[in-house]
Design a protein around this ligand. Sequence first.
Ligand code: PLP
Ligand code: COI
Length: 341
Amino acid sequence: MQKKNLDWEHLGFGYTPTDYRWQAEFEDGAWVREGLVTDPQLHLTEAACVFHYSQSCFEGLKAYTTKDGHIVTFRPDMNAERMINTCRRLEMPEYPKEKFVNAVIETVRANAAWVPPFGTGASLYIRPVMIGSGPQIGVAPAPSYTFRIFVMPVGSYFKGGIKPLKLRVSDYDRAAPHGTGHIKAGLNYAMSLYPTMEAHREGFAENLYLDPATRTYVEETGGANVIFVDKDNNLIVPKSDSILPSITRRSLIYVGEHYLGLKVIERRVALEEIRDFKEAALCGTAAVLAPVGEIHTKAGVIALPSGMEKIGEISAKLRETLTGIQACEIEAPEGWIRKIC
Ligand code: PLP
Ligand code: COI
């Protein structure tokens, strides 16, 4: 198979239409017309529920080329389960786990020429998405749905690779108490677009959101969870019902405990406590593990001791171990790696 002629080392994080995408439609209580298609366009009615009542959700995972030239993906079953939970909360039909994992594998295999080669630092980003595509004018779920998986080669999500990021604590919330922060609904991202652009205009990479009920505890950013390392080298992981359960974060917890021998503490983390921490990092499929150097708050700047020049020691070990597992250079826990070809 001939790889596409791309500048793999310098890819950004953006959309590139590739050769194939998976499509399935939900009509009269069943998934129909399932399979690979080539057309990147969707033809939708103006009354589609997604346009009016934002009935949409998505997932994100990646495929990698290993040193010996295989293509693998990382924990697709976890994305399948999270999408099922999301769909339940949004009154959307579930795309069954076996179908989801099979569709991911088929779509990546069909686009193998687009999977970045080993050692380029790039990967194939996989975007499953579901929308209420049937007509709906009264406020109610759509009568029919479209599920798609499309893929694109990507590089680093944040410009500058693993240079520490500057965050600000947002005055806005990305989620509501008892709302939808814990699911991957498109509407959560609509909530964060204005604060995200405002943060960028002010020179910050991202917003750090606080718990929407009391604005005391740290939640996450618009597109990644946040983790900390305390002075005793413990991994401190914020816990809240309105944080998206990141698969990267859950994997890093396992890596921290079982590969690096760290003590992991999952608990509520007050904003003020960050002053006592040694390292902070964002984690997610797109972000991988991105170090944080400064957090700007109303009460002043919290400068992490790891600084703005380089990634902290524990964060670096976590990142190297996770990416080593994903590229099959380090043995993975049972079931984490799905070989595609
Ligand atoms: N938090 C938010 C709001 C996200 O959009 C994402 C991205 O998927 C994450 C966290 C990280 O989740 P994961 O590690 O499963 O990609
Ligand atoms: C991901 O990491 O897969 C996401 O969905 C986050 C998004 C901000 C790109």
